[in-house]
Design a protein around this ligand. Sequence first.
Ligand SMILES: Cc1cc2nc3c(=O)[nH]c(=O)nc-3n(C[C@H](O)[C@H](O)[C@H](O)COP(=O)(O)O)c2cc1C
Length: 401
Amino acid sequence: MLGEKGMPTDMQNGATSRRLFEPIKLGRFELPHRITMAPLTRSRARQPGNVPSPMNACYYQQRASAALIVAEATQVSMQGQGYAWTPGIHSRDQIEGWRLVTEAVHNAGGQIFLQLWHVGRISHPKLQPDGMFPVAPSAIKPAGQAFIENETGEGEMVPFVTPRALETEEVPLVVSQYVRGAINALEAGFEGVEIHGANGYLIDQFISSKTNHRTDRYGWPVENRARFLTEVLEGVLEVWGPDRVGVRLSPLGSFNDISDDQPETTFGHIAEILSGYQLAYLHLVNPAIPAVESKKDPEPPASRMLDLMREKYRGTLMIAGGFDQDTAEDWLAKGRADVIAFGRKFLANPDLPERFRVYAHLNRDDPSTYYGGGEKGYIDYLTLAQERGEKPKPAFDERWR
Ligand SMILES: Cc1cc2nc3c(=O)[nH]c(=O)nc-3n(C[C@H](O)[C@H](O)[C@H](O)COP(=O)(O)O)c2cc1C
């Protein structure tokens, strides 16, 4: 099939390569192509208990043609939750729920990692066990609002609170929450795990100067601010081994009121450390999303950061953020990344690799259905075969509620 302008989209800008469809080794996995699904919070776990449901299994199964699915951020403990209705990996029911998901993906020939998540200060007493205060490296309130469930069962935004700073002795207990999550993920049948070190959540809060004002072994200088990440990583590696573990970072990111005074020093150091572990991959949230979306070259700070990450991290690099087929091909051709993860495009196109393969049109994602709700905007996006009437459309099943 041809692209929207009537010719293969990569011919329109003169590019002819199809690197997206070259196989690549990622850790112990042979990926048939380089199109992965980025982790996407959808706040649709079954209640009570934040348990993955058959509807969630259907959603992931529909997207099993990704070279690798990185499942949505999943709290490793009740304390690690920061949004209403996100799934966990700390209870027996959740392990069983995730098993439905992994089996569904495997039955469709896919492979899936779980993203291990602790939100730190990006939470609210309403989401915490016994209404406690969220914890963080330092007692610094983030600007912005938390997404909670209100008395009538609806989602509601409420202002963040000032978190409680973790005592030094407590930090290893939080590390052990990630390790428990990693053990549970193994039991739930995942291929591996991705440690969520990005987007202003707990690990990023330890890394970044704006959120970490500690003076103990977990704060200042950068060697200490990286310690929480490396302790989590080493604990998780004991469970999984390096070739089934990825780490996600977001250098230069500002989401969740985060920033760092010396990002090149900080993230250069961290990339260098991570390089020593022979991980399956490092996953970056693209620091140049607006530029990529407008088909421009990254601005100098983002460009320098991307080069730095490439230089310091000697392993498979996955990048997500703002890509379409052409820009993904371009970045692979320029050697900026080895694998491209797609978020919003995968959300709306369950058969995204096939659509890219035949240069088909794409469905548009609907932000009003990102978080919470049921099948609408979740499992009802059609594949090409369904559009053509060659396959039945997804059917809604009341029992999934
Ligand atoms: C609805 C939605 C949910 C997201 N949830 C997560 C998440 O759970 N974990 C994470 O690391 N990033 C999350 N992200 C960021 C995406 O993984 C990705 O980096 C971002 O969407 C940019 O890629 P894209 O332009 O291909 O969508 C989310 C983004 C969106 C739009």
